[in-house]
Design a binder for this molecule. Structure first.
Ligand code: NAD
Length: 499
């Protein structure tokens, strides 16, 4: 059995706590590796190395740091297939999806190459007689991030890209379910020229997370994962005086207006609802057709498309629509929620419960499901399912659809499909959700904008990547300087006047 490591101070280090987590091959259900779960003592080794390496890196000019980023981008492109294979093998997502995961992280690193421009401070000349004022953006020091299983390349890069570009050291605690790619990324960054100790990977669970939360040296924590853990990390981290940003779960609604192009809306729902087995925080999990006729037309278009979906292992090639979910536990939770939906009176229009794949009977595959006539009091509406299950809530009119999305506790992403510009503008202006798509089902902002949800999907003041990330990973210092004038009338220096 393969035993994975931590990556501390430029070395692969074996776990010493004696605790391990199983890493599965989700397509077969077999355990393929053991992931070490760090103790506080193992985290301490990483903190010490980070503390030693960071001052010199923080003092390195930003252009040199940017050059390391450029080289890292080259290496990511060189190793794209190798990284994507490792990612699919542990996560289960299709090969094109795995490449997308890496690509979206790579784009954030490309943005970080702009560090010399992004880190420029502000200057006020002659704020008073002989007085100048300027601000500097300085690194925080040692920073840390805790990431989820569903984007094991992209989300770590969203954090360590800007953290490193700003001159910090970064300790990553990735998901214990798919830790191999984060380890590979740390190695690649060193190959790109990053000094040892600046990007380290400490694998683990709550014990390692708590050690991060209570460590005095660690200045900031970025977290992405489920909402209860986001709330725990935000509350605890803030109480320890750290800078914290936490991004949580989601329940993304797509409103389909009667004037929408129904084929386009149905195609969008297939990709956004079932792609990556629904294991995306920006997946659409609630379709909200406006009006009974719209709902009937939509369901009619969705059913044959869902029945055509190909579910299979990533090794089957590019024509697989989605793969298995990440663990047997996740599969059981999803199927348990499907049963609850049936028990609570929702109409199961497409039933994927009996799905089985020959040769992969023990894999964590879940067939696609479609529910109609879901109501807001049902658990399948209230909870994040995080699986290939699309629910439909029929709304009587636009205001009812808008209110539905607004009243939900999550506020990550949403979309409206319509041909009416006025309705689209009204929706974008009034909705209390962080990322909005207009005829775009998964409106993930590009690297140079920021990514972040509202309500219980995001905690903290700043979003991820884009300009906010450079604010999150720096502190502003403002200097006021006064140099009494030594210039005499006539242009001669009068040094005595300066005594
Ligand atoms: P998770 O909350 O179970 O785990 C996330 C991280 O927290 C992991 O590193 C894990 O080891 C750690 N963790 C788990 N339990 C912990 C505990 N009790 N104490 C301290 N740390 C703990 O989430 P997941 O299952 O890996 O990922 C799926 C979730 O992430 C979904 O809810 C999804 O919506 C969310 N997500 C959100 C975004 C976003 O940007 N809002 C992006 C991706 C995923």
């Amino acid at each position: 059995m393969k035993e994975l490591t931590h990556y501390i101070n430029g070395e692969h280090v074996k776990g010493t706590s004696g605790r391990f987590a199983d890493v599965f091959n989700p397509a077969t259900g077999e355990v393929q590796a053991k992931c070490p779960l760090a103790s506080a003592a193992e985290l301490e080794l990483a903190v010490k190395a980070a503390q030693a390496a960071q001052p010199a890196w923080g003092a390195t000019n930003p252009q040199r740091r940017a050059r390391v980023m450029m080289k890292f981008v080259d290496l990511l492109n060189r190793d794209m297939d190798k990284l994507a294979e490792a990612l699919s093998a542990e996560h289960g997502k299709t090969f094109p999806d795995a490449k997308g995961d890496i690509q979206r992280g790579l784009e954030v690193i490309e943005y970080c190459i702009g560090a010399p421009q992004l880190l420029k401070g502000e200057f006020t000349d002659s704020a008073g007689p002989g007085i100048d004022m300027y601000s500097m953006k300085q690194p925080l020091g040692v920073t840390a991030g805790i990431t989820p299983f569903n984007f094991p390349a992209m989300i770590p890069m969203w954090m360590f890209g800007p953290a490193l570009a700003c001159g910090n050291a970064f300790i990553l605690k990735p998901s214990e379910r798919d830790p191999s790619v984060p380890l590979m990324l740390a190695e690649l960054f060193e190959e790109a020229g990053l000094p040892k100790g600046l990007l380290q990977v400490v694998n683990g669970d709550k014990e390692a997370v708590d050690a991060i939360l209570y460590h005095d040296v660690i200045q900031s924590i970025g977290f992405v994962g489920s909402t209860p853990i986001a709330q725990y990390i935000y509350g605890t981290g803030c109480s320890q005086g750290k800078r914290v940003q936490c991004f949580g779960g989601a329940k993304n609604h797509m409103i389909i207006m009667p004037d929408a192009d129904m084929d386009q809306a149905a195609d969008a729902l297939i990709g956004a609802g079932y792609g990556a087995a629904g294991e995306r925080c920006m997946a659409i999990s609630v379709a909200v057709p406006v009006g009974e006729e719209t709902a009937d037309r939509l369901i009619e278009k969705l059913v044959p498309r869902i029945e055509k979906l190909k579910v299979g292992p990533w090794t089957s090639g590019n024509d697989v629509d989605y793969g298995p979910v990440v663990t047997a536990e996740a599969k059981q939770r999803i199927l348990g929620l499907v049963q609850t939906g049936i028990d609570q009176g929702a109409e199961l229009v497409v039933d994927g419960r009996d799905f089985s794949l020959q040769g992969y009977e023990d894999g964590f595959f879940v067939g696609p499901h479609l529910f109609d006539r879901v109501t807001p009091d049902m658990d399948i509406y209230k909870q994040e399912i995080f699986g290939p299950v699309l629910t439909t809530v029929r709304a009587g009119n636009y205001e009812e659809a808008l209110k539905l999305a607004m009243d939900h506790e999550y506020g990550n992403g949403t979309a409206i499909f319509t041909r009416d510009g006025d309705a689209a503008r009204d929706f974008a202006a009034r909705i209390n959700i962080g990322m909005v798509g207009i005829n775009v089902p998964i409106p993930v902002p590009l690297a140079y904008h920021t990514f972040g949800g509202w309500k219980k999907s995001g905690f903290g003041d700043l979003n991820q990547h884009g300009p906010d990330s450079f604010k999150f990973y720096t502190r502003t210092k403002t200097v006021t300087s006064r140099w009494p004038s030594g210039i005499k009338e006539g242009g001669e220096f009068n040094f005595k006047a300066m005594d």
